[in-house]
Design a protein around this ligand. Structure first.
Ligand SMILES: [Zn+2]
Ligand SMILES: [Zn+2]
Length: 287
């Protein structure tokens, strides 16, 4: 009786999770694209022209356009590239001779899957070398798209940090002190004491842009540094302390970035084949 009740609760939980996931992924990816374009256009056409000359503006335009291209390009590639076990060619769907003991069975997929593959409740399939399901890219991050996720997090952090510096300089230029940005009460008090002395519309605009900008630096920043920490030891998010596959820093990064290694920094369109197929993993013990 108790187990029937537990099953019922578990089914309700699964249904609720699916309902939440069906709108969090599209919402997160929309916010991602919207905020990237908003800060790009806001800084390129509104903030920076008030602070730099023609040459400075042109340099800023080229640099930030390249950053935005890499944010959106890596986001698109990460979101479109699947890492599920279904992407394997038919000859790799079964373990190679002598490697049967390394594969494990998945109850949900009702099949055996390669080592380092784990089931994703949102995608409802096992993912090769699964790191985590990320709503910001509306996809599971795994063997085939890990590179795009790492560079997406890097460029999103870089772009947001540059925007934050520019927005702070813009605030200073308009005589809004950085410290005052952290206190809304101070602004209301100043307006109360010296009515009409504060440009309220500009203050609110600068503050809103600043608060969202802080979040836009922190979220991808934390994700990027977490990824560097994990990739450096060839671990994944759900098993971050596992050093089984740690082959040394250079080789560990090559397993994510592919043969062209850090040159993938330049663009998501650079072809960089991965050194393995996602089913066979060299470990420290079988080097
Ligand atoms: Zn599965
Ligand atoms: Zn997933």
């Amino acid at each position: 009786m108790a187990s029937q009740e537990e099953n019922r609760i578990s089914r309700i939980k699964d249904r609720l999770l699916k309902a939440v996931d069906s709108w969090t992924d599209p919402l997160a990816i929309f916010l991602n694209i919207f905020l990237t374009l908003f800060y790009y256009l806001y800084d390129v056409f509104y903030v920076v022209p008030q602070m730099l000359g023609t040459t400075g503006n042109a340099v800023h335009f080229v640099v930030t356009t390249w950053i935005v291209y890499n944010i959106l390009g890596n986001l698109r590639a990460c979101s479109k590239t699947k890492s599920s076990v279904d992407t394997l060619p038919p000859e790799l769907m079964q373990p190679a001779k002598g490697e049967e003991h390394l594969w494990h069975s998945c109850e949900k997929c009702q099949r055996t899957v390669p080592p380092r593959s784990w089931h994703c409740k949102v995608c409802n399939i096992c993912i090769l070398k699964r790191d985590h399901h990320c709503s910001f890219v509306a996809n599971c991050v795994g063997h085939n798209n890990h590179r795009y996720f790492m560079w997406f997090a890097f460029y999103a952090t870089l772009g947001s940090t540059i925007a934050l510096v520019e927005n702070l300089l813009f605030a200073l230029r308009n005589k809004i002190s950085v410290l005052s940005l952290f206190s809304f009460n101070g602004l209301l008090l100043a307006e109360y004491l010296h009515r009409g002395s504060v440009n309220m519309a500009l203050e609110v605009q600068v503050r809103l842009v600043f608060y969202v900008n802080i979040c836009a630096v922190l979220f991808p920043g934390l994700l990027f540094f977490q990824q560097i920490f994990l990739i450096r030891r060839n671990a994944v998010m759900h098993n971050s302390s596992d050093r089984t596959y740690d082959l040394g820093c250079w080789k560990n990064f090559a397993q994510v970035l592919g043969r062209r290694h850090f040159w993938t920094f330049l663009s998501p369109s650079i072809k960089s084949p991965l050194p393995n197929d996602g089913t066979q993993w060299q470990s420290k013990h079988n080097v």
